[in-house]
Write a protein that binds this ligand. Sequence first.
Ligand code: BEZ
Length: 170
Amino acid sequence: MLRASRVLFSSNLVSKSFNSASVLQRSSPADTVNPAELFGSAKKAVLIGVPGAFTPGCSKTHVPGYLKHYDELKNKGVELIGCVSVNDAFVMDAWGKDLNVGDKVTMLADPQGKFVKDLGLDFDASAALGGHRSKRFALVLENGKITKAFVEPNNTGLSVTLAENLLKEL
Ligand code: BEZ
């Protein structure tokens, strides 16, 4: 449903799968994961992208919303929730611990930003964060295929990608 405008709902991502050659990191640079395999193993999954670990919007609103609504997301069939950011793995790991994500949200580091760039979801955040970062987005995947894609129209806002909004779309 194109309830949101074209800017909010990114239809060019729908039906795509993640690049099978992509690599993300978890707790350290050596702890790598293939996102195509990770998300391909879940019937239904959500991946959120955030501009930066420990930034106020991501730490106080975006990720906490997915923790708060975790049970409802599970009840809608979501088996896996991932959070990716253009940060290093040590920072993502520390941020996940700080937010108490436990097993609820899989923290994923994209230190060079290749994964988000490949999806067309990077933006120039140098003025605030020193380089290219991930736009704030929320993707729904079914068996590894993107079925819904929400991207904040100004890259960093907190509207269409919030858990509350996504729940209505599942
Ligand atoms: C945030 O609070 O989410 C944020 C802060 C600065 C730049 C981008 C995002």
